[in-house]
Design a protein around this ligand. Structure first.
Ligand SMILES: Cc1cc2nc3c(=O)[nH]c(=O)nc-3n(C[C@H](O)[C@H](O)[C@H](O)COP(=O)(O)OP(=O)(O)OC[C@H]3O[C@@H](n4cnc5c(N)ncnc54)[C@H](O)[C@@H]3O)c2cc1C
Length: 370
């Protein structure tokens, strides 16, 4: 079969994040591609925390899907159901597919439009500026990176970070956790481990007083909830429910096909692949799935499908600590300070990610006004 055959195939990509957005971009000129996402924009998740202390940063890290996906159909809605031949959106639209890619990652409550998202960053920035004490709940990458951003940009603010685990950043090794903890303490962030916070705070004059599970009290002008978000609960209502593992992740073959399905692929954080959940790996999943969908669409030899092998051992992870420093878990060592900072913390891979999505690393004013 020639390229004309694949031109008529309908590919539906559910989720316009790191993996799904990239798949839609790469497949749009060889098939009828529909991208379904509840928001009209693509967002680089690891740039969020910088945008909270510097809202103009989001002008580059948040961009409209139409900027990289001009040749397909964009549907702004949640997918609520999937059956053997179509997906159903929350608005009641049934969208048929020949090939389906599920790339819904974690469930984040985003606003619908880019303009609203930029306003949200302005509001969060104002909230930080107006507070002299800030409570951050959750010591995973989001909580640690947010604490780092605030500690560097607003050193006069009292920041308290509460984490229920025995160490910060449990997805990396203990050495990296300790380095992040030491850095935060050096910036006068108070870190409370093995505690949870009752968010039903009591107002004490201007400040709220929060109780921890160990009976400590924290007075803070505001708080940010940075706890892990669920994955895939909506998939339990779909034809893929039997392909979910106990944590709600889609079980996939090495070809990224969902177990038991030939024409359904899953990529990114929603998969059960045993490795760290990272955007650069989500993109590698997408690359393999793109090759395989192209091969199947053109009637190619299935034994030649690309396979994805999870990275063995300690994976590569970089956590930024403010604008210049960071902590890096590399395959053979763990380092912190300015070197990881140079790699990630200055631009947070925003220019690089924009280029991957076919955009210029920088943005013109005209493009950003929305
Ligand atoms: C603070 C922080 C720092 C990080 N730093 C790094 C880093 O330095 N390097 C790195 O590689 N990774 C990093 N990561 C991890 C990275 O962000 C994720 O691994 C990556 O975003 C996963 O991509 P994804 O496409 O699977 O999911 P996402 O990027 O989360 O995209 C999921 C998309 O699906 C959409 N969606 C959800 N539900 C539905 C539905 N029902 N219907 C339709 N659409 C839906 C969402 O709106 C979203 O657009 C970091 C993460 C965090 C939180």
């Amino acid at each position: 079969m020639g390229p004309e055959a694949s031109d008529n195939k309908r590919v539906v990509v559910v989720g316009g994040g790191i993996a799904g957005g990239f798949m839609a971009k790469e497949l749009q000129f060889g098939a009828h591609v529909t991208l379904i996402d509840p928001k009209d924009f693509f967002e680089i998740p690891w740039a969020n925390l910088r945008a909270m202390v510097e809202p103009s940063f989001a002008e580059r890290s948040v961009f409209n899907h139409t900027e990289y996906f001009p040749n397909g159909r964009l549907v702004i809605s949640h997918v609520v159901s999937i059956n053997k031949s179509e997906v159903v959106t929350a608005d009641g639209e049934c969208i048929p597919y020949d090939y389906l890619a599920v790339a819904t990652g974690h469930e984040e409550p985003y606003p619908k439009t880019r303009a609203e998202r930029l306003k949200q960053y302005e509001a969060e920035h104002e909230k930080i500026k107006a507070s002299s004490s800030i409570l951050i709940v959750g010591g995973g990458p989001t909580g640690v990176e947010l604490a780092g951003e605030i500690a560097v940009d607003f050193p006069e603010k009292k920041v308290t970070l509460v984490h229920k685990g025995s160490r910060l950043l449990e997805f990396v090794n203990a050495k990296a956790s300790t380095k992040a903890l030491d850095w935060l303490i050096s910036k006068k962030v108070e870190v409370l481990l093995e505690q949870t916070v009752d968010l039903n705070s009591v107002l004490d004059g201007e400040k709220a007083t929060y109780q921890t599970s160990k009976g400590e009290t924290i007075a803070a002008d505001c708080h940010f909830l940075c706890i892990g978000k669920p994955v895939g609960s909506w998939l339990r209502e779909t034809v893929l429910k039997d392909s979910l593992d106990s944590r709600g992740r889609l079980m996939v073959e090495e070809t990224l096909q969902v177990k038991g399905r030939k024409n359904v692929f899953a990529v990114g954080d929603i998969t059960d692949i045993k490795e760290m959940k990272q955007g650069y790996l989500a993109r590698k999943h997408a690359e393999a799935a793109i090759k395989n969908i192209k091969l199947l669409m053109s009637g190619g030899d299935e034994s030649k499908m690309a396979t994805y092998k999870p990275s063995k051992g300690a994976g590569l992870a970089l956590v930024s600590l403010g604008r210049k420093e960071g902590v890096a878990q590399l395959p053979f060592m763990t380092i912190s300070g300015c070197l990881p900072g140079l790699i990630k913390s200055r631009d947070l891979f925003v220019g690089k990610t924009r280029k991957t999505m076919g955009l210029t690393p920088q943005t013109s004013k005209a493009k950003t006004s929305n």
